[in-house]
Design a protein. Structure first.
Length: 134
């Protein structure tokens, strides 16, 4: 486990590890602008452009299955629920859909794509326009 940064300017592979992550197992990574969000078994860590690490205490806690960025927002899939993070407002919101169990996330531009499964219709993919929905 653990996390490090490859310095592309240095000859060869040079790794730097931010203080605080240590040997925590990383399960997901996503950028929002210049900030990197790190999904772990304990929740989400935020690594800003100055390489300062903080834990998102208000965010989803528990195993983070997936992180994606769309429309300037961060989306997390954790324990069958979808959460949205608005960096300027520094606020988390649950986006879980009552019609299905989210299985996977993808992002492209301003759109979030969600694979939902329910017992009556099976698995379907839905698109959310992030700017219209949030």
């Amino acid at each position: 486990g653990g996390f490090g940064l490859i310095d592309g300017e240095a000859p060869g592979a040079v790794w730097a590890e931010p203080e605080g992550l240590g040997s925590i197992t990383v399960s997901a990574l996503a950028f929002v602008d210049e900030d990197l969000f790190v999904g772990t078994a304990a929740g989400i860590y935020h690594l800003n452009a100055a390489w300062e690490l903080s834990f998102e205490e208000e965010g989803p806690l528990g195993e983070i299955d997936q992180l994606v960025s769309a429309g300037g927002n961060l989306f997390a899939l954790s324990e069958g629920m979808i959460f949205s993070f608005d960096p300027p407002g520094a606020s988390w919101e649950s986006l879980s859909d009552p019609w299905g169990n989210p299985k996977a996330l993808a992002a492209f531009g301003e759109s979030l794509y969600v694979s939902l499964h329910n017992s009556s219709s099976g698995t379907r993919v839905y698109r959310y326009d992030v700017q219209d929905e949030l």
